[in-house]
Design a protein around this ligand. Structure first.
Ligand SMILES: *Cc1c(COP(=O)(O)O)cnc(C)c1O
Length: 461
């Protein structure tokens, strides 16, 4: 049932659908009662009424072939395909856009994160406090160093790691913090950096979903020692595959560069054999290619504009949806100013909808033409087998006690109740492109929620 202040009529007054309803009501052919036309539009699609949204959503990724193909062709015909000037240009622009000193690109976000941890002084026996609302890619690098991930619970209204929970997990062995700006909302970096400063900890931000998100005007990914980004297809800057690391620490940057290129001297270009076959550090090879950088540069041209559209749409949508007691738009912590809205998210409360289950609500919402889902399944990262697999390795057996590696005990120690709650209450508005829609598209989403709110009993069946 809707709150008193959200009757269907009060909503219709303020939405684009009001106009449609009015036209329908005045233009129906004689013999059809006006009220029938109006009430039909109010029937949820799941009960046979018309969909709230029929025009489809913007596809993703976007490629302006006329504008971008010539640039792509130039690189392909130019025969310089491995890392060179285009990658340099992409890095320079990405760093500038964030107000960061350095950017190093990588093949993807997973390897950006792993590289960031690999080049920090983290050792077996150390602990890194990690955000649990994410998946394995965030944390592989911590394990490559032989360190122990310790999980601090999230705030269920912001989805972000809770600084108070971080404090409670600090021990003399703690060496780092791994916040994940999940769904593209900013984690509370000022509070996290304060904790890091007090305890002399490294911070690697997983900003893989949080392109251009901001806290008081400062972009996420620029607070910690490193900020890692993904340019995978679904992300707000899509290349297909690609990643980037931001840092202000010049010495660290040079180590990262060397690491991403066989351990050669920092700045060595592919093909520079004369200066480049001496490897100085244990390394890998995770270089971005020129054609990836060209795709990225093309995408970057529209990113800031798209970011503004997403933020305008999200602000509008959140203001409208906050009138409905069953859905609460994910909140910013104090200081958070902009999100990337990689995934516009809400917290579902069945009590606000007379006990309508989240699953049934999602079915009804999807029937309205609004793609939405539960987000990550209820499979907490600290219970996943890859951790236990690592715990069986010789290096872990050597540096940790039997008790520390007992997986049942590990799961218990790291249990995060707010995370579990969130698995069962999150709603992710799905499919990139939705938040790039028009205001009337946003009204369609509100109308869909409104119809469901007004017909809970019937939808419950
Ligand atoms: C996408 C993503 C990654 C990994 O990035 P890839 O480019 O896909 O390797 C890591 N962490 C988070 C939170 C992500 O969303």
């Amino acid at each position: 049932m809707p709150k008193d202040n959200v009757t269907r009529r009060s909503f219709l007054k303020s939405s684009g659908l009001a106009a449609v309803g009015a036209v329908l009501a005045t233009q129906v052919s004689p013999g059809v009662a006006q009220t029938d036309a109006v009430s039909d539009a109010a029937v949820p699609a799941i009960l046979g009424g018309p969909k709230s949204h029929t025009s489809g959503w913007k596809g993703w990724p976007q490629w302006d072939a006329e504008k971008f193909n010539p640039r792509m062709n130039a690189v392909m015909s130019g025969r310089v395909w491995s890392r060179s000037g285009k990658v340099d240009e992409f890095e320079k622009k990405w760093a500038e856009m964030h107000g960061s000193k350095h950017c190093l690109t990588t093949v993807n976000g997973t390897n950006a994160l792993s590289a960031a941890w690999m080049q920090l002084d983290i050792r077996p026996g150390d602990e890194v406090i990690c955000a649990p609302y994410t998946f394995s890619a965030s944390v592989f690098g911590v394990l490559y160093k032989g360190a122990m991930p310790v999980w601090a619970d999230i705030d269920p209204m912001t989805f972000q790691i809770d600084p108070e929970k971080i404090k409670a997990k600090i021990t003399p062995r703690t060496k780092g913090i791994l916040p994940v700006h999940i769904c593209g909302y900013p984690s509370d970096m000022p509070a996290i950096m304060q904790i890091a400063k007090e305890h002399n900890l490294f911070v690697v931000e997983d900003a893989c979903q949080a392109h251009l998100a901001e806290i008081d005007g400062q972009k996420v990914g620029t607070f910690g020692n490193a900020g890692c980004f993904s340019f995978q297809t679904s992300k707000n800057l899509p290349i297909g595959e690609g990643g980037g690391i931001l840092t202000d620490d010049t010495e660290y940057y040079h180590r990262l560069y060397s690491y991403h290129n066989y351990g050669y001297a920092s700045g060595t270009k592919p093909g520079q054999v004369s200066s480049g076959i001496t490897s100085f550090i244990l390394a890998t090879k995770i270089r971005m290619a020129e054609y990836q950088a060209v795709i990225g540069l093309c995408q970057m041209e529209k990113l800031e504009e798209e970011h503004l559209i997403r933020n305008e749409n999200a602000t509008y949508l959140s203001a409208k949806l906050s009138a409905y007691p069953g859905v609460t738009p994910v909140k910013f912590h104090k200081g958070g100013t902009q999100a990337s809205y990689y995934i516009y998210s809400m917290v579902y409360n069945p009590e606000g909808l007379d006990g309508l289950s989240r699953g049934r609500f999602l079915e009804a919402l999807n029937a309205e033409g609004v793609p939405a889902y539960t987000g990550y399944p209820n499979d907490p990262i600290y219970t996943q087998p890859f951790l236990n697999d690592v715990f069986q390795s010789e290096i872990y057996q050597k540096f940790y006690t039997k008790d520390e590696l007992d997986f049942e005990k590990y799961k218990e120690r790291n249990h995060c109740p707010a995370l579990i709650k969130t698995f069962n209450s999150a709603i992710w508005i799905g499919a990139q492109g939705i938040m790039l829609g028009t205001k009337s598209d946003m009204d369609d989403i509100v109308n869909a929620v409104d119809k469901i709110h007004n017909n809970v009993a019937k939808i419950k069946g």
